[in-house]
Design a protein around this ligand. Structure first.
Ligand code: 5GP
Length: 194
């Protein structure tokens, strides 16, 4: 997605060989126009998948998911990171090891918001080692619902997230795929579909 790639090049910054900072448009300050285009692109890519719900994770997954849910005319549910919720029997929970924070967090979704017949599109801001997406997928499966696909804004293709998700049988659609962040430079995968 050209508009996203331009934003990454012009407004992103490479923190290290492994981490990209995009708090200028996605993780702190939000470019709402770009989010609208991102959401519409997700909706378009999954329009044949009979999605009934979008599941993301707070906080940074919400903005790019919003317009996708609006376009597909389905509810948007976000998993919460609040620990207190895990004491409650009315939630599905999963443990997620965070690549950036290097700690494990419990995520939870109320049982009220996922049903067996749901076809769920999972959306997240970044794909690194796939732990957030796998945690969300585990919650969908606890509900007996189906993971219809996984939409990622920025995939770091040099990490193993995509292969883990594909090995688990999930369709992954990433709007920008980064081959390398070496030497402070963003290189995208030469892939016609991104
Ligand atoms: P994963 O669970 O795939 O290992 O990592 C994905 C999660 O870690 C995302 O939800 C995102 O919050 C965070 N993350 C991973 N890599 C980066 C990165 O390079 N930059 C930023 N801003 N967040 C990242």
């Amino acid at each position: 997605m050209e508009q996203l790639k331009n934003a990454i090049i012009e407004r992103g910054s490479v923190v290290s060989d492994g981490v990209l900072k995009v708090d200028t448009f996605l993780n702190h300050q939000i470019d709402t126009n770009l989010m609208i285009h991102i959401g519409k692109e997700f909706a378009n890519r999954f329009k044949e998948s009979k999605i009934t719900k979008i599941l993301t994770i707070e906080t940074s997954g919400i903005a790019p998911s919003f317009m996708a849910a609006n376009d597909l005319d389905v509810p948007l549910v976000f998993a919460r990171k609040k620990k207190s919720l895990t004491m409650n029997n009315d939630v599905f929970t999963s443990s997620v090891y965070s690549f950036t924070k290097q700690e494990t967090t419990e995520i939870a979704v109320s049982k009220n918001f996922l049903q067996e017949n749901d076809q769920v599109l999972i959306i997240d801001d970044f794909l690194a080692n796939g732990q957030a997406a796998l945690g969300l997928a585990a919650i969908v499966e606890q509900a007996g619902a189906t993971v219809a696909g996984i939409g990622i804004v920025i995939e770091k293709s040099f990490q193993n997230g995509r292969s883990l998700l594909e090995e688990a049988g999930y369709r992954v659609e990433s709007l920008a795929r980064i081959e390398s962040l070496k030497n402070g430079k963003v290189t995208f995968l030469a892939d016609k579909t991104v």
